[in-house]
Structures are given as structure tokens and as C-alpha cells.
Design a protein around this ligand. Structure first.
Ligand SMILES: [Zn+2]
Length: 278
């Protein structure tokens, strides 16, 4: 899908689902589920990071020009010393996160499965993958998924100086804004290796640090069964699951999702994504 078409479609979504013809069916579904998500997810994460729910009309969308929106200064956040590792436990919420993509071999299958069950997830994207898979990021935006910044080249941040870390983070947020339509509000350090500069720069750029509760260990390619068992055994209210849709052979991650996602839903878990602020 061309960028201009995407933005036109977003304007239609803003104008209301009734303006859409048959081709806009997915958009109507999105608009409905967006309202539901925004209304029910007032506090995606317990504690000081919780923010008031967005009004449904504010969901993800903002007027865009053909040249893209002006890059406004982000709201600065309090500098944390530890990343967020779980979300609100109320309503048996859990969150699925997928790192290192997008990747044309695996991400489309992940997106297909999420769509099949009408579930939203978080994707922590790397800039170097975004620029060669722009249509996949547009698809994430269309489906109501939330994307976060996972740096440009996936370096170990603790080996970089502050300027290099800033470049990794800024360039990736720019690429996300260009493809997703807005700047990310979440950051995840590669390898979960945080340092003071990463927390400070993230806060400067308006991004909260998001880690995870349960590592699916899919990055070790342990077999689909092991990934499924790890996630199903780790399931509990408030849990954030770490998985990957890129960075190696992720066919096991793709297959595992088809098993554990219906299991989690059958067990009453509500898979959600954060709605932090406008
Ligand atoms: Zn990663």
C-alpha cells in the first residue's frame, strides 16, 4: 500500500466508518475495536506509568499532510532506573510483544494469526528492518498494533557512547513516524541491556522503557513445543511475553503463536496493548 493511500484511509477512519465502502471493512473493524480498547484499557500498567485512557477519536490517528506531520517536541517523561516489566493485572490482561522485525518471512504470519483472533500486540522494531519493510509497519498501524523503538542496528547499548545511542534511537523513531504515522511511545533496549543513557534519552524522546515478564526463549530456537510450554506455563495476569519475529529462523515462533494464542484466550486472558497518552 502506498503511503498516500494509507493516509487517505486514515482520514476516512477519522471521518467515521460510514464513509468507507466495502474496501474499508478492515477499517471499520479497527475503528470499533479501537474504541473498545481505549475505553477498557485505562491503566495498561499499574503504578506511576498509568495514564488516563484515550478517547476513541484520539486513537493513534492524527491529521497528516502529504509531507508528513511536523515533528513536534515529545513530552518529556520522568527518568526511570528500571524498565517496566508488567502491565495491569486487572481483567486478566496479558501483553504479547515481538522484537527485532519487521521481517518479510515471519511477520506476515504473526500478523495473520493475531488478526484471526482479533488480538493486538506490541512490536519492537529495528530501523534497518523498517526501511526495507515499510508496508509491514503500515499493516501494523492499520491493524491497531502498537510499535516501539528497538534501535536501528540492535547494538549492545552498554558498549556505545551517548551520542551513538541517541543516533540509534532518534533515527528509529523517525523511521517509525514515517511508516507508522506517529512517533513511538515505548523503547526496549536490545538484549534487555539498559543503561543510564538509554533511560535518560528515552525519557527525553517521550518513550517509556518496556521490558518483559516472561521470555519465551524463542530466540534459542528450542522447538515449537518448548516455546508453547514456556508461554502457557508463564501465563498470569499482568504478564508481558517476549517473542521475536526476526533476528533468526523464527518459524518456531510463528507456529507456537498458533497454539498458545487460542490457549490464552480460552483461559480467559485478555491480550492488550498500552494506550499511554495522546
Ligand atoms: Zn531484540
Amino acid at each position: 500500500m502506498q503511503k498516500d493511500q494509507l493516509f487517505t484511509r486514515r482520514r476516512l477512519l477519522l471521518a467515521g466508518g460510514a464513509a468507507l465502502g466495502a474496501a474499508g471493512t478492515a477499517g471499520i473493524v479497527l475503528a470499533g475495536s479501537a474504541a473498545e480498547t481505549a475505553g477498557g484499557a485505562a491503566a495498561p500498567a499499574a503504578g506511576p506509568q498509568a495514564r488516563p485512557a484515550l478517547k476513541s477519536s484520539a486513537f493513534r490517528l492524527q491529521p497528516l499532510t502529504g509531507y508528513g506531520p511536523p515533528r513536534t517536541a515529545p513530552r518529556k517523561l520522568k527518568v526511570r532506573t528500571e524498565p517496566i516489566t508488567e502491565i495491569s493485572r486487572s481483567g486478566r490482561r496479558m501483553m504479547l510483544t515481538f522484537d527485532d522485525g519487521p521481517n518479510p518471512n515471519y511477520t506476515p504470519h504473526i500478523l495473520d494469526t493475531l488478526a484471526k483472533y482479533d488480538v493486538r500486540a506490541m512490536f519492537f522494531l529495528c530501523g534497518e528492518c523498517i526501511v526495507v519493510n515499510r508496508e509491514l509497519v503500515a499493516r501494523m498501524a492499520e491493524a491497531g498494533h502498537v510499535v516501539g523503538n528497538h534501535t536501528w542496528t540492535h547494538p549492545l547499548l552498554t558498549t556505545l557512547n551517548r551520542r551513538a545511542i541517541r543516533d540509534e534511537m532518534t533515527s528509529t523513531s523517525d523511521a517509525i513516524e514515517d511508516t507508522y504515522g506517529e512517533r513511538p511511545q515505548w523503547f526496549r533496549a536490545p538484549y534487555g541491556a539498559w543503561n543510564r543513557a538509554a533511560f535518560q534519552l528515552g525519557a527525553e524522546m517521550g518513550m517509556e522503557p518496556m521490558a518483559w515478564t516472561v521470555d519465551s526463549t524463542d530466540w534459542t530456537e528450542p522447538g515449537t513445543r518448548t516455546i508453547v510450554d514456556t508461554i502457557e506455563n508463564g501465563a498470569a495476569p499482568g504478564v508481558v511475553i517476549l517473542s521475536h519475529d526476526a533476528g533468526g529462523d523464527r518459524s518456531q515462533s510463528v507456529k507456537a503463536l498458533r497454539e498458545y494464542l487460542p490457549y490464552l484466550l480460552d483461559n480467559g486472558y485478555r491480550l492488550t496493548v498500552p494506550r499511554r497518552r495522546t
